[in-house]
Design a binder for this molecule. Structure first.
Ligand SMILES: [Zn+2]
Length: 208
């Protein structure tokens, strides 16, 4: 019987504890209650995981579905999520984050090129495309334009990626239904437009 009310009850610290012996919660099978209690008085159960691992999880954690494995499920999901990102985007976030500080071109500032006529040409790359942001007479102006584009494209992508990944790791179904989309589209005259979705809600709020 999976009905909570029909299970055998034991009194533990003024709180009725369900007998979860032999019951399955995701990959975990509850084996026996331990002496441990969490702050709310929920009993820690010794559990065996399908992967062969063992763990202790509280009755609340098991019953409410917060504990579904010894940790192997979360690790697998996180791996899937990062593999999915590489498939979707072909852009590695870690690489994007690291390269911010690198300087490797004629102006000393990434994406800003000093041309033979003395003007500065600004571009930004994303997912294999290069977007042309215009030419400017001063280095300062060019750097400013490039920085704005970095914030709208690179920083926005990294930020969306992290919030998406956080939510997708907590809720893999949501992640599957809402793949991360972040595209930069070229418009007339070399301008660009960012198309992104989803806008992940605060994970703490979304689980309420
Ligand atoms: Zn496991």
């Amino acid at each position: 019987m999976r009905d909570e009310g029909s299970g055998k009850k034991r009194k533990t610290g003024g709180r009725a504890a369900a007998d979860l012996t032999g019951r399955r919660f995701g990959r975990l099978v509850a084996e026996y209650p331990t002496e441990r209690r969490d702050r709310k008085g929920s009993v820690y159960w010794h559990c065996r995981c399908d992967c062969g691992g063992e763990t202790e999880a509280t009755e609340d954690g098991l019953v409410f579905g917060n504990n579904l494995s010894c940790g192997c499920l979360k690790r697998e999901n996180q791996k899937k999520v990062s593999e999915q990102l590489h498939r979707i985007d072909g852009t590695c976030v870690e690489w994007l984050e690291k390269r911010k500080s690198r300087k490797d071109n004629t102006s000393g500032f990434r994406g800003v090129y000093r041309m033979k006529n003395g003007r500065y040409r600004v571009t930004i790359g994303f997912k294999g495309d290069r977007f042309y942001l215009g030419t400017y007479s001063t280095m300062e102006e060019a750097v400013q334009v490039r920085k704005e584009a970095e914030s709208e494209i690179h920083d926005a992508f990294v930020e969306l990626y992290h919030s998406w990944r956080k939510r997708a790791a907590q809720d893999p179904e949501w992640g599957k239904e809402n793949p991360l989309i972040f595209r930069v589209v070229k418009e007339q005259g070399g301008a660009y437009r960012v198309i992104s979705s989803p806008v992940p809600a605060d994970p703490a709020q979304s689980l309420r």
